[in-house]
Design a protein around this ligand. Structure first.
Ligand code: ZN
Length: 672
């Protein structure tokens, strides 16, 4: 079963298209870049970059170089053929653009769409569903154009690219399937089985009070004798070439660190990349979480474990960012009131934390996205992942406002709310308060939701097993939803009035009951934990409305279904009831109840409604998934060769950017 780390949500993804506001007014910044298949590429602005000092700008520049050098690592982690496929396709693409290779317009477009998808997914599996996508061109055509262009390709790529039966899923969680053998990801070498990997992890598990995260930075492979061996990601080890570049730029960044705490964190990350020593990684995490005063901050390394079928090894990612000073005041206020939120929630007093601590909150502006954060990206970060460090040293929780802002701006006037919201009254409320509710709910979820509550003595953090993630996300979401409707937020000045929360409530219910289904293919179940959580909440609420006077209902008008909310305070009460139950399940480690709850409300899709939603959505011609292009940072040097300024540019296109990255930031061998 997938191992889930309790009490974290470092990567939560929104339905960007569903957060849209309706006003067709747009600012002059060009947010929309490209669109293909179910994907839309946006551009994000980096407001306040020019307000940074030269030292801070230089730091951002070097950290962004360290970020971009990790791109190949993720491609290889996502599948051992990915680099070869990407490079072969890029070589062809280059010749097509140069006119050295003649193909028809249709052929070119089909080929370009495939390559764009490979870039987007950092490999050949859909970034979200994790299913392999197939090219629109066939094997014979591909072989013929390679031959015509004189481009050598590896025969082994052909079945991987074209045979739907080969490596169909990047990370499988299917019951009855060997999770390791059944997953195309490259976290385990060829032939390694789930049982072998699990045994290796069990044999090497560190049970000390300050445990090492064994397996975080390595691939398990089988040697000639059939024994399991660990290949560590480090300079001199696996992915050495890329990690050497990363270390080089981290060293440059070190010289421009803002203070000693940040210097220590950077030094520890350098050392970790050089040695692969997990004790150093723990020291890095502690140093990083203690650095609260720097304006510029970064993540760079093997971080989230969702893509490893056993949930141990981290996918490489990087994000460089700096504090949004104005918006951070908002989350600080929430953080300052963490104890009040804990004390006043609907959960049983036995499950409350006597003392809520370690919740720091800030809002950041992303400056560069890379690895597992690019092109698709989280809108919040909550790290580190090691539970004992979170407990003893706290964690950093951030929301990324400029990305949220880009989603909202790009979606304006796209017709979504006109199609799915029931009437003008709710559309007006949503136009007015949708964005602020979205921000606030995210803040509450991240800053106080995940950190709330406690386990009963003796309850294991792994007690809810494969349902832990869904239940944990539901717990944090419900905590946020319950308080979104609390007059306390108006009192604190976080919401303008007592009507604003309705925008957030309507959005959550509409999304959970109906509109998030646009991301699910017909006939499929919901698998992703955040989506399961949203449907769990919405379906549970719908099943528990007061029969005599329902708080809300799904009603039909001219063959279309809409959500109607009659009683928002009643809905808040239902959120509170469910929060209490979800907290009980978590605190007591009640696995049977978690399983029953998830299976009843979170997984299965109402097929008729699903069909209808898909048909209505298709007419809008929108893309359910979004990703980004990065800005381009260019240093300006003075006569002595020192950086005297860093220029930021937003004009680079999607294909242009990826071709440049592949040219300038790609040094791993085809086979690692
Ligand atoms: Zn979360």
């Amino acid at each position: 079963m997938k191992k889930i780390i309790f009490n974290r949500c470092s990567l939560f993804i929104i339905l960007a298209a569903l957060l849209c506001a309706c006003q067709p007014k747009k600012s002059s910044f060009q947010y929309n870049v490209d669109k293909f298949y179910d994907l839309e590429i946006l551009r994000y602005n980096v407001p306040e970059f020019d307000s940074l000092s030269l030292q801070q700008k230089t730091l951002v520049y070097y950290l962004s170089e360290a970020a971009l050098w990790g791109r190949d690592i993720l491609f290889d982690q996502n599948g051992r053929y990915n680099l070869r496929i990407r490079r072969t396709c890029e070589a062809l693409y280059e010749k097509m653009i140069n006119g050295e290779l003649q193909v028809t317009d249709d052929e070119f477009e089909a080929f370009e769409r495939y390559l764009k998808r490979v870039w987007f997914s950092n490999g050949i599996h859909h970034h979200y569903s994790e299913d392999k996508f197939l090219p629109e061109f066939d094997r014979d055509w591909f072989v013929a154009v390679c031959d015509k262009a004189g481009i050598a390709y590896d025969e082994a790529l052909l079945p991987v690219m074209f045979d739907p039966e080969v490596m169909p899923k990047r990370t499988t969680q299917q019951d009855g399937v060997d999770l390791v053998l059944g997953s195309a990801g490259n976290y385990y070498g060829e032939g390694v089985t789930q049982a072998e990997a699990e045994k290796w992890y069990a044999d090497h598990k560190d049970n000390s009070p300050e445990p090492l995260w064994i397996g975080l930075n390595s691939q398990l492979v089988k040697n000639d004798k059939g024994e399991i061996e660990e290949r560590v990601y480090k300079v001199g080890g696996l992915y050495s070439e890329a990690l050497e570049k990363i270390v080089f730029y981290l060293r440059k960044a070190y010289d421009f660190a803002e203070n000693d705490k940040q210097r220590l964190a950077i030094a520890k990350m350098i050392e970790f990349n050089e040695t692969g020593d997990l004790k150093t990684f723990n020291e890095y995490c502690i140093a990083w979480v203690r650095d609260l005063n720097s304006r510029v901050d970064f993540v760079n390394g093997f971080t989230e474990t969702y893509s490893d079928p056993l949930g141990i090894t981290g996918a490489w990612e990087s994000m460089v960012n700096f504090k949004d000073l104005e918006a951070t005041k908002r989350t600080q206020l929430i953080s300052d009131n963490a104890q009040w939120f804990e004390d006043n929630s609907t959960t049983d007093p036995r499950f409350k934390k006597e003392e809520v601590k370690g919740v720091t909150a800030k809002v950041i502006t992303a400056a560069i996205l890379a690895g597992d954060c690019y092109p698709a990206t989280p809108i919040g970060i909550n790290l580190p992942n090691a539970n004992w460090i979170r407990k003893e040293y706290g964690s950093k929780s951030v929301t990324i406002d400029n990305l949220m802002h880009a989603y909202n701006e790009a979606a304006k006037g796209n017709g979504f709310n006109e199609e799915f919201m029931i009437d003008d009254a709710i559309r007006e409320i949503y136009d007015k308060y949708g964005a602020i509710c979205g921000d606030l709910h995210t803040d509450l979820h991240e800053c106080v939701g995940h950190g709330s509550g406690k386990l009963m003595p003796g309850v294991s953090k792994d007690a809810l097993k494969e349902h832990a993630s869904t239940i944990e996300e539901a717990r944090a979401d419900l905590f946020g939803l319950y308080y979104l409707g609390d007059p306390k937020l108006v009192e604190l000045g976080l919401l303008p009035d007592n009507e604003a929360f309705k925008a957030g409530y309507y959005q959550q219910m509409m999304n959970g009951l109906m509109t998030q289904l646009v991301r699910i293919e017909p006939g499929k179940d919901i698998e992703e934990a955040h989506m399961r959580n949203r449907q769990l909440i919405a379906n549970w609420v719908l099943a528990h409305v007061t029969p005599t006077s329902p708080e809300l209902a799904i009603i039909e008008r001219e063959g279309k279904h809409y959500l109607k909310i009659y009683d928002y305070q009643g809905l808040r009460r239902l959120y509170g009831e469910l929060l209490a139950e979800i907290q009980r399940i978590t605190s007591e480690g009640d696995y049977p109840a978690a399983k029953a709850m998830v299976e009843k409300y979170a997984v299965k899709v109402n097929e008729d409604l699903h069909r209808e939603i898909l048909a209505r959505y298709e007419k809008l011609n929108l893309a359910p998934y979004k990703g980004f292009v990065n800005p381009v940072y260019t240093p300006v040097y003075d006569a002595d060769g020192n950086i005297s300024d860093v220029k930021i540019d937003f004009t680079e296109g999607y294909s242009e950017q990826h071709m440049r990255y592949s040219r300038d930031y790609s040094n791993l061998p085809d086979i690692n």
